[in-house]
Design a protein around this ligand. Structure first.
Ligand code: UT7
Length: 328
């Protein structure tokens, strides 16, 4: 069985916020943000939701794959910033697009979310339980960010990307997802956190939990984790695929920081030109970064049939993952 991505789509809020706009909100500068992160501007929602952006991205992915919403078997939305705890974003998307035959649920692995969603879909499709799936990475992070904290608010953006994934009969040419490697390190998880809500019930006198439920991050610890762990994870996925870094045409990584991408490229001894980037235009959109970049490359015709691609995500949890695939 071959598991292929046959359609991609993305949706971004219209509102563009530049580094100069950020400098009007907090004590920062275009120079600092550009030099430390590579980000120049990001999209910030003025009404779009995880569900609405996901639905748009899914419709575009379905259109590219030549499928109707009723054809979809499974929808997984990877998000850490849903509007609602219940119903989950995936069920909202199902309702919006009319995918009435699908099973839908959310998955939270933060910035690794799309990768973890893809590996979940891969496992389902391999067993034959479902024939196809929409896997989405979507975030409206602007609502869980402290807009007075310059160390985090300049980094993030809102958006969604989707991929339509299908199980196809094997052909002589190898294609689709070849290997996956994933890991988690919960013991170090508090370096990037966001409290949901307090514990409050009739059996305790005082509510337990944090007052301020915004994203908190020890940036340097996350940075060190990413630069060290991601190359190891990519190498593991390559070993499983029987390939080497030289065989890979594109490294489509989570877009957190240009310096992280350069650090990973250096450790892998790969020219950084093989690492496409869009974070200058959209910032860090957590689970949405990989599918949005993949859709940009796909629609611009930059992914050629037979090319070997590595996808890799890393972030809160801590979580990390990599996937090797052959584009077709
Ligand atoms: O998606 C996965 C999760 N996130 C990440 O992958 C992020 C990983 N980490 C990073 O990308 C980097 O650590 C950051 C971009 C977050 C920070 O860069 P850094 O080079 O590690 O800076 P720093 O935290 O060491 O801060 C250096 C200085 C500090 O000032 P002092 O103490 O040296 O006087 C900060 O207060 O920069 C200051 N600073 C800022 N200055 C201007 C922090 N944020 C800003 C800001 N503008 N926005």
């Amino acid at each position: 069985m071959m598991i292929n991505i046959t359609g991609t789509g993305r949706a971004l809020p219209e509102n563009t916020v530049t580094n100069f706009d950020m400098a009007k909100l907090v004590e920062t500068s275009d120079e600092w943000i550009r030099e430390r992160t590579g980000i120049v501007e990001r999209r910030i929602s003025t009404g779009d939701t995880v569900a609405s952006l996901s639905a748009k991205a899914c419709e575009l992915a379905l259109e590219m794959a030549g499928k109707k919403a009723e054809d979809v078997d499974l929808i997984i939305v990877a998000t850490c910033s849903p509007e609602m705890l219940l119903p989950c974003a995936a069920c909202q998307v199902q309702g919006i697009i009319g995918a009435k035959n699908a099973v839908a649920f959310d998955l939270n692995a933060a910035c690794s979310g799309f990768l973890f969603g893809l590996s979940t879909v891969y496992a389902y499709l391999q067993t034959g339980l479902y024939r196809n799936a929409l896997v989405v990475g979507a975030e409206v992070l602007s609502k869980i960010i402290d807009w007075t904290d310059r160390s985090t608010c300049v980094l993030f953006g809102d958006g969604a990307g989707a991929a339509f994934v299908e199980a196809c009969e094997e052909t002589e040419e190898k294609a689709g997802i070849i290997s996956i490697s994933q890991g988690s390190d919960g013991a170090r998880g508090m370096v990037l956190s966001c409290q949901e809500r307090k514990l409050s019930n009739p059996y305790i006198t005082e509510a337990i939990g944090e007052e301020n439920n915004f994203v908190h991050m020890d940036g340097q610890e996350v940075y060190k984790f990413a630069v060290k762990q991601v190359p190891v994870c990519i190498q593991d996925a390559l070993n499983k695929a029987g390939l080497t870094v030289e065989d890979i045409d594109h490294f489509v990584l989570h877009q957190a920081n240009v310096r992280i991408l350069e650090g990973v490229a250096k450790r892998l001894k790969v020219d950084v030109s093989k690492f496409p980037m869009n974070l200058n235009r959209v910032g860090n959109m957590s689970s949405a970064t990989i599918p949005v970049l993949l859709d940009e490359l796909n629609r611009e015709g930059k992914l050629k049939k037979g090319e070997k691609i590595v996808l890799s995500g890393f972030g809160a949890g801590l979580t990390y993952g990599a996937c090797v695939m052959i584009w077709n």
